[in-house]
Design a protein around this ligand. Sequence first.
Ligand code: BDR
Ligand code: CA
Length: 308
Amino acid sequence: RIPLLIDTDPGVDDALALLMAFNDPRHRVVGLTIAAGNVGLRHTVANALKLCEIVDADVPVFAGCESPLLHPARDAAYVHGQDGFGDTGYAPSTREADAEHAALALLRLSHEHAGRLLLVALGPLTNVALALKLDPTLPQRVARFVVMGGAVSAHGNITPAAEFNIAFDPEAAQIVFSAFPSFELVDWEAVLRHGLAHADVDAWLRADSPRARFYDSISKQTRAWSADRRGERWHSADALAMAHALAPAGALKLVERPVAVELDGRHTRGATIVDWNRQTGEPDNATIVMHYEQRRFERLIEAALAAH
Ligand code: BDR
Ligand code: CA
């Protein structure tokens, strides 16, 4: 099975992505490295541990950086709840995070699974950037690197031009994008093209499984928020990125281009700048997933929720 390492900031959509990963027979989750992002690190770590308990997985969880490299954190609790998991007051897992720092664990696991590792980043890229600064040879050992982040035509979700994961820590994202010679990018605009009908999600959540019940409860608040603001389709960014990571054959249109992150800019800090016309002479670093098979995406979610 392909070793899968997930850097994540759970987060309601991260949780769905994790359920998908744990349910995939071709991949084995070898660790979760935890970022601050949607909410503070204390909560994202607790949420990751809880999710492992729900799926009965004894996977190591490593806490990472508490804040972005340079500037103060700005979270997304208004989407995910104050605790990042919909403020349901769930009973915390009794397990604790491992003592090793996420960036060090990432490097160690990249050695243990050199040449085979699938790395998936579902949150701000602080831990991955730190790992790269400690050891710039990291990309040589990663077989595939899938990133959820960015807005390739500057249709942002946290500012007019920027997507949350990148805007949370733009310096980290730029360090990562310039260090990896190739990565696969699932951006916010692709997510907008792959909305899920609330009626379908509701039906999948009625599955008779502890996973569906748990996910129903932690996602209730954000699904209502989204139905209010974004209409009849629900957008689960990290789930789409995970679908592509687990089943890349579902990608229908891929575009390779140089992608960089805007670090200044009064209106554009944190924007992902795609060199569509290849004017910079920079090498193509990103393979952008423009379209993914909707049916395959939905099947992966449905199966992940129904699993026992
Ligand atoms: C991304 O930001 C977070 O709120 C989500 O978990 C996802 O990773 C979407 O912009
Ligand atoms: Ca996330």
